[in-house]
Design a protein around this ligand. Structure first.
Ligand SMILES: [Zn+2]
Ligand SMILES: [Zn+2]
Length: 291
């Protein structure tokens, strides 16, 4: 879990999307066109996550671009709710999850060297009741762009419920790209990594060395003497979010946009995460700092 502040970690920033589909499932671009589109758009890596399928993507990795194989898997829900959508990042064998408990599916993903993400909770209609029995996932999609097609792309409340009720979990903004424009290049993660190798990127993901964004940039976050400070691109609000009723929202004064804010961490704080919203309403999310 988050044990590395990306703003203090060595390395470079890499832009990536962890959720995408091709014509191998219900996407509209071929595997090669999907990777080409993201590389052309300035991304450094892309995880291909076709439904119930793992594709061989090795041919699309170069010194400048990392292609990561993955899958979106759909274990049934033994707790009465809708079927799960779980993105597996970095697996090479299909998970035949038809009769598997969701936790066995997550175990399989991790045994393959991968990591599991709970996808688009709001779109799924999943609540904390569906997630309480699950173990071993490392992140939840705080934003999923294709789910904006029905206005349910933001799952911040689900993330906070998981943080409050289940423990440390990271947040990821992803496109879940199926088409060619409407659900592409809108939500991504900025990963601080030693280099653009699979091992380094996976290590950075696991340790929370990244932030999520729809555009705004987070320039720095520091924790000094129990005060958490953030510097960012121009924002109309900066919010420090903590468990239950804790936290604080900062708004501009005198009509000037914000570019920094600080928040004192109380002794009993469990976690604090930061949300930055720009003038157009686009957001960026830090990972939680756990105490
Ligand atoms: Zn899905
Ligand atoms: Zn998907």
């Amino acid at each position: 879990m988050l044990n590395r502040n990306p703003f203090q970690a060595p390395g470079q920033w890499y832009r990536g999307n962890t959720h995408s589909h091709s014509t191998e499932s219900d996407g509209r671009l071929s595997v090669s066109d999907r990777f080409a589109a993201y590389q052309d758009a300035g991304y450094d890596f892309l995880v291909l996550t076709d439904h119930r399928k793992v594709n061989d993507v090795d041919a699309y990795t170069s010194s400048e671009f990392l292609a990561i194989s993955g899958s979106e898997v759909h274990p049934s829900n033994p707790y009465g709710g809708p079927t799960y959508h779980i993105v597996a990042i970095n697996i090479h064998e299909q998970v035949n999850c038809a009769k598997m408990h969701p936790n066995a599916v997550i175990d399989d993903i991790k045994e393959q060297g991968g990591e599991a993400v709970l996808c688009h909770p709001y779109w799924c209609g999943h609540t904390i009741t569906d997630y309480l029995p699950l173990r071993g996932y490392f992140a939840v999609e705080v934003y999923n762009d294709t789910c904006m097609g029905i206005g349910k792309g933001f799952s911040e409340q689900s993330w906070d419920e998981l943080l409050d009720k289940c423990g440390p979990v990271l947040g990821i903004a992803a496109d879940d790209a199926h088409g060619t424009e409407h659900d592409c290049f809108h939500g991504w993660i900025m990963v601080k990594s030693e280099d653009l190798t699979l091992d380094s990127i996976m290590d950075a993901l696991r340790t929370g060395s990244f932030y999520s964004t729809l555009g705004p940039e987070i320039h720095d976050i520091q924790l000094i003497d129990n005060e958490l400070s953030v510097k960012c691109s121009e924002a109309k609000s900066i919010v420090f979010i903590a468990e239950r009723s804790r936290g604080r929202r900062f708004l501009p004064k005198n009509g000037e946009l914000l570019t920094e804010a600080s928040y004192p961490i109380s002794d009993s704080a469990k976690y604090v995460r930061i949300e930055v919203t720009d003038e157009t309403g686009k957001k960026a999310w830090s990972n939680p700092f756990f105490f």
